[in-house]
Design a protein around this ligand. Structure first.
Ligand code: GLU
Length: 422
């Protein structure tokens, strides 16, 4: 599978460590606490044989990193991608810790992944892969320990196989071991679109601050998976934004008069990609990032806006749907050019926030309505946005540095309160 990758400037873990240090040096926290919360608490590497439909057997490597559990159980998605490795999972697990702390939900951070190419696998192969990987990590996950969820190339069906495998392991049905489940297995209304919905709520506040009228604004969105496609749809249909470009791993499409996202989704369902959509020009992923537009939503993979292309970005707001799409070098350039970057650990926290709502409903054996979920999500996202924005204004730092400062302070406070064992 080809990846949307422009320039590999810094590895995600180096990026995380640099961003952590930039924020930490502005805080008055003891060095040992910073050292403790910067790095993962526990890391699991598992190797297992995978039997393909044609009888071939290959050894695969999977990871689960529990970065932090000071504020609650470890929490974070599982991704299947050729690019997955231990350092990437470490970085993504750390982002989950900070994301949950920014949203102020009672979870730590985790991430899992298997290095593989699920796009070339049959559904049966993905099921076998999932069950075997989950079996390996089953002793270390659980509703009060570590709660996986969907991420790149995983979905509610994969979560259903996780529920089943874990329940067999425990000897009783245990739905609350994962979030992002199908509704029939205890999933919540609003989880599928939660990350995109959270992006929209945050964007509404950012637009007020930057005095941008969303119904006159244009957006370009990189990535057409769960986050990108739903963000495109919500921006167009709920906020009245003109979505002029979208893309996936195969390339992008551009129509300065605006795309109908419903029609693009239909096209993708029929053909498997956004490319060759009739009512638009073809562009590359690199070109999409530098289009003239008001709002740029990177919603694919890491390292997309780098020092190579940051100078050429024309958007006024960057809304990070992906984790780690902007490098620290690019951040400096964007800030210098007056572009408002709403960082991943704030912007895309809607997904894990609704995961938290799902977990709460599971524990209480209750079901909320979709409007309940959305109203509570708006509250959490709006509060998180202003917590970060106010701190950024007070400290005269970027939204990213402020978000890290806020998160690090909250996690460090938990450490101080809990003390040292024994
Ligand atoms: N994978 C999503 C993220 O990166 C959601 C994680 C979750 O719901 O636990 O935020």
């Amino acid at each position: 599978m080809s990846t949307i990758h422009t320039y590999d400037e810094l590895k995600p873990l180096d990026m995380h460590n640099l961003q952590f240090d930039i924020a930490a040096e502005r805080l008055n926290i003891q060095p040992w606490i910073l050292e403790k919360i910067k790095h993962p608490r526990r890391e699991f590497v598992v190797r297992f044989p995978m039997r393909y439909d044609d009888g071939r057997v290959e050894l695969l490597t999977g990871y689960r990193v529990q970065h932090n559990t000071l504020r609650g159980p470890a929490k974070g998605g599982i991704r299947y991608h050729p690019q997955v490795d231990l350092d990437e999972v470490r970085a993504l697990a750390a982002l989950m810790t900070w994301k949950c702390a920014v949203a102020n939900i009672p979870f730590g951070g985790a991430k899992g992944g298997v290095q593989c190419d699920p796009t070339s696998m049959s559904p049966q192969e993905v099921e076998r892969l999932t069950r075997r990987y989950i079996w390996e990590i089953s002793p270390f996950i659980g509703p009060d320990q570590d709660i996986p969820a969907p991420d790149v190339n995983t979905n509610p069906q994969v979560m259903a196989w996780i529920v089943d495998t874990y329940s067999v392991f425990r000897g009783h049905t245990c739905n609350s071991v994962v979030t992002g489940k199908p509704l029939e297995l205890g999933g919540t209304l609003g989880r599928l679109t939660a990350t995109a919905q959270g992006l929209a709520y945050v964007l509404e506040e950012a637009a007020k601050i930057r005095k941008i009228s969303l119904s006159d604004a244009t957006a370009a969105i990189q990535g057409f998976g769960n986050v990108g496609s739903n963000a495109a749809y919500i921006l167009e249909n709920d906020l009245g934004v003109k979505v002029i470009a979208v893309s996936d791993v195969h390339g992008g499409i551009y129509n300065p008069r605006g795309l109908s996202i419903r029609a693009v989704k239909d096209w993708v369902n029929r053909t498997g990609s956004v490319i060759n959509y009739p009512d638009a020009d073809t562009i590359t992923n690199e070109e999409l990032l530098v289009l003239p537009c008001d709002i740029l939503v990177p919603a694919a993979l890491e390292n997309q806006i780098t020092k190579k292309n940051a100078e050429k970005v024309q958007a006024r707001i960057i809304l990070e749907g992906a984790n780690g799409p902007t490098t620290p070098f690019a951040d400096e350039i964007l800030e210098g050019n007056g572009i408002l970057v709403i960082p991943d650990i704030l912007a895309n926290a809607g997904g894990v926030t609704v995961s938290y709502f799902e977990w709460v409903q599971n524990i209480q054996k209750l079901f909320w309505t979709e409007s309940d979920v959305k109203a509570k999500l708006r509250m959490v996202m709006t509060k998180a946005f202003y917590d970060v924005y106010d701190l950024a204004s007070r400290e005269k730092v970027s939204m990213r540095t402020a978000a890290y400062m806020l998160a690090i302070e909250r996690v460090a406070e938990a450490k101080i309160l809990r003390g040292i064992f024994p």
